[in-house]
Ligand binder design. Structure first.
Ligand SMILES: Cc1cc2nc3c(=O)[nH]c(=O)nc-3n(C[C@H](O)[C@H](O)[C@H](O)COP(=O)(O)O)c2cc1C
Length: 327
């Protein structure tokens, strides 16, 4: 399948692995890229720019295919040295950066001067248009169903993707709720040039996270996620657990007066590592999409991507072209 996204990034299949804090290490990024997609190291999971340089070098040893680095600009307790992280990306020879959280506008000159292609992940048409205006090469359009931060507009992908298609000139991928060949064909029918997945890649043998997390995704259905931090306008979709129930209890008691300090000890950015790396499933909130309901196994990235492409092919040839032939 050739799309504007496969051409832009020089990849075989229009499938991207979104940056994931405490997950996006070299092992996963390299496995996705080796499977023909675009793997992504999560920049800020590396504590310093020097650590990111080492992680990029490790990834380059594991794959000779293109891979990218995610840079997330979120309200954080202490702003990381973004220009130094970008320098590590440039020096490491990485040619794709996924930005997210806030507009990457102030860093575009540094990224573009190094010939880096920028795909900005955002949750609204207006932010996608802004990304196009400031020179991003592509956008990843993240619907309300996504794992992680769905923004504050609450527009699901069945509306958001065709709206993005109506307005954008640059290519975009569908993100949020994507799991299989059905998702890919649907995303393309709605105007996208490929898809971005987070949660589905967590439940793979290559994801360097605890087996308890992978099993929790397989066991969950589509009803198990919750939205936290709504009043802080930093909404996050997470898998329900004891920590999340405690966050929601605090939010209900504080009724809009809560601050991040009230829940800091339970949130992903700070404590998510305990769940994702150590498998202590009730210690903290961890990002997870509604798409957990469509995830029933733990394949390798190679198997997963191959299966998605085969399924997409047969849906197009048999189901779609087949129904045309019957007409
Ligand atoms: C465990 C986890 C951690 C994530 N961390 C980040 C992150 O650090 N930065 C970011 O831009 N997106 C992050 N995301 C969002 C994903 O990159 C992707 O946009 C999202 O998972 C897509 O929705 P899906 O889970 O339905 O596939 C995270 C998602 C998950 C599941």
């Amino acid at each position: 399948m050739k799309t504007r996204i496969t051409e832009l990034f020089g990849i075989h299949h229009p499938i991207i692995q979104g940056g994931m804090h405490h997950v996006g290490y070299a092992e996963l990024a390299a496995a996705v890229s080796n499977a023909g997609g675009l793997g992504m190291i999560t920049g800020l999971t590396q504590p310093t720019p020097e650590d990111l340089s080492r992680e990029i070098a490790r990834c380059a040893e594991m794959t000779d295919r293109p891979f990218g680095v995610n840079l997330t600009f979120l309200p954080s307790f202490k702003a990381p040295p973004y220009p130094d992280y970008i320098q590590a990306i440039v020096d490491g020879g990485v040619k794709v950066v996924e930005t997210a959280g806030r507009s990457p506008e102030q860093y575009m000159p540094q990224l573009k001067a190094a010939g880096i292609k920028v795909i900005h992940k955002c949750t609204s048409v207006r932010h996608a248009l802004k990304a196009e205006k400031i020179g991003c090469d592509a956008v990843s359009v993240d619907g309300f169903e996504c794992g992680g931060h769905p923004g504050e507009d609450d527009i699901p992908n069945f509306i958001l993707l065709p709206r993005a298609a109506e307005e954008l000139t640059i290519p975009f991928v569908a993100s949020g709720g994507m799991a299989d060949g059905r998702s890919l064909v649907a995303a393309m029918a709605l105007g996208a040039d490929g898809m971005n997945m987070g949660t589905r890649f967590l439940a793979t043998t290559d994801a360097p996270i605890h087996d308890n997390v992978k099993q929790a995704i397989v066991d969950a259905d589509e009803l198990q996620t919750r939205l936290i931090m709504r009043n802080l306008r930093n909404t996050e979709r997470v898998m329900n657990n004891a920590a999340v129930e405690e966050i929601i209890r605090i939010e209900n008691v504080k009724a809009g007066t809560e601050t991040i300090d009230d829940i800091r000890h339970l949130v992903t950015g700070v404590k998510g590592r305990l769940v994702l790396q150590e498998g202590k499933m009730d210690e903290a909130a961890w990002s997870c999409g509604m798409v957990a309901g469509l995830i029933h196994d733990i394949p390798s990235c190679e198997e997963l991507v191959g299966r998605i492409m085969d399924e997409a092919d047969s849906i197009i040839r048999q189901r779609l072209l087949g129904s045309l032939a019957m007409a």
